[in-house]
Design a protein around this ligand. Structure first.
Ligand code: GLU
Length: 431
């Protein structure tokens, strides 16, 4: 265990925390924790034009939801403006920077090559002639990212800088700045880009993939989102795909993060979310699904538990609940033609529904359960050429849907009276 390892997550509070930001935070957290080190939160708020009200709160809340507790912070750069100014002036005194209008620029050496080792990418070389003199302190007195992050990483004794790979091309700047200050370099690990499935860079179009949206609107579970994000660029050597945070702390390896862009595959998230949904009890799911079922109105919790238990084997995300289960909360509406199985005509469909209603009326209230109903109906269905002729019109009358769970479990939940009245409503449509 190396107790000196210190990492940081350093988001700019310019919007809701996105999947990419969560991944950066997670990898920093995992690397610190697996080494007995510390994980810090720093808010990089020096680009005043891009600040968004509430963004910092969202960042902190999101980290808390996922249990990514930071040991220090939030450290806010705007609280330390004096420090950056002093550092910029120090560079002027050393002859490494100069005033340009109201701003201060760093004199970038233009010859030679910058070489460094990245934990993920290995040896990297960049020609210094690709760089220009760059602003470190703006005329408004605020430092640029280039100066501020580096001064803070030094002051916070950060040992490992784990961040997105868009910063690689500026590494000559950071290395030259370290040299000018006479500071030791931290180690760097630049994380691969997140790509859409068509391999295009995750764009503004994807801005709906804020973590908050995934949780609160799309209905993904926290465990699934965290697990999914962990695998955006890292995979264990085994086939294991389901990981808790504790397991990730044990298994994650920074040096095994891939160099190539990581594909954001929403279908994989759907699959993974389904896996986590299956691990919950119906009672837990009722609580988790409550925000999505609000509009469906009343329903005591045992009624909701039964509905959720019915959907649990198939459900991919909680936001599907209203559309999948609306028929439990109100009489279904559907096109009369949906009642017909294959080539059935109106008359056959009517007869089938009438028979179902009769069968239901003959069942005692206390025997109105799935097993019993299944026995009665499957028995009777033997007299049909195709049992769909009995069961399809019944199921559509109950649900109004092309696809749903089976009619017997649905009738058990709806109860005798409501099941019969739905059959009668279907018969009315056929009149
Ligand atoms: N504020 C930078 C960003 O949000 C942080 C980069 C870094 O981790 O150094 O991209």
């Amino acid at each position: 265990m190396n107790s000196k390892i210190r990492t940081r997550f350093a988001p700019s509070p310019t919007g809701l925390l996105h999947v990419g930001g969560l991944r950066t935070a997670l990898y920093n957290y995992l690397f610190a924790k697996q080494n007995g080190g510390q994980f810090m939160l720093r808010i990089e708020d020096t680009d005043r034009a891009r600040l968004l009200e509430g963004a910092e709160k969202n960042i902190i809340e999101t980290l808390r939801i996922f249990g990514l507790d930071f040991d220090e912070g939030p450290i806010r750069q705007s609280d330390h403006l004096e420090k950056y100014k002093e550092r910029a002036e120090e560079l002027i005194q050393k002859g490494a920077a100069y005033e340009d209008g109201g701003a201060i620029r760093f004199k970038m050496p233009k010859d030679g090559v910058t070489k460094f080792t990245d934990i993920i990418r290995g040896e990297i070389q960049i020609e210094n002639e690709t760089q220009e003199d760059f602003v470190i302190l703006k005329s408004d007195g605020f430092p640029t990212y280039n100066l501020a992050h580096l001064v803070d990483d030094h002051d916070m004794a950060i040992t490992h800088v784990i961040r997105g790979d868009e910063f690689i091309s500026s590494m000559p700047k950071y290395i030259a700045l370290h040299k000018a200050f006479g500071w030791e370099l931290p180690q760097y690990a630049h994380l691969p880009l997140l790509l859409n499935k068509d391999r295009a860079k995750l764009s503004k179009r994807e801005s709906d993939k804020a973590v908050k949206v995934l949780l609160e609107e799309d209905g993904y579970l926290e465990e699934a989102v965290l697990n999914f994000v962990a695998l955006l660029g890292w995979h264990p050597k085994t086939d294991q795909e389901i990981f808790s945070l504790e397991e990730l702390i044990k298994e994650f390896k920074l040096e095994d993060v891939q160099k190539a862009g990581a594909i954001f595959d929403i279908q994989k998230l759907d699959w993974m979310n389904g896996e986590y949904i299956r691990k919950k009890t119906p009672k837990e799911l009722v609580e988790l699904a409550a925000p999505f079922l609000e509009k469906e109105g009343e329903g005591d919790s045992s009624f909701l538990e039964k509905i959720i238990a019915l959907e649990q084997p198939r459900l991919k995300k909680l936001s599907e609940m209203p559309e999948r289960t609306d028929y439990f909360f109100r009489e279904p509406e559907y096109d009369v033609s949906l009642l017909k199985w294959k080539n059935m005509d109106d008359n056959q469909t009517k007869n089938s529904l009438e028979l179902s209603a009769e069968l239901l009326k003959a069942v005692n209230d206390k025997d109105f359960n799935k097993e019993n109903l299944e026995k009665i109906f499957l028995d009777r269905a033997k007299k049909f050429q195709d049992r769909g002729e009995l069961l399809w019109p019944l199921r559509v009358a109950l649900t109004g849907k092309k696809a749903s769970p089976g009619p017997f479990e649905i009738m058990e939940i709806l109860g005798k009276e409501s099941s019969i009245s739905r059959l009668e409503a279907a018969l009315d449509m056929l009149k």
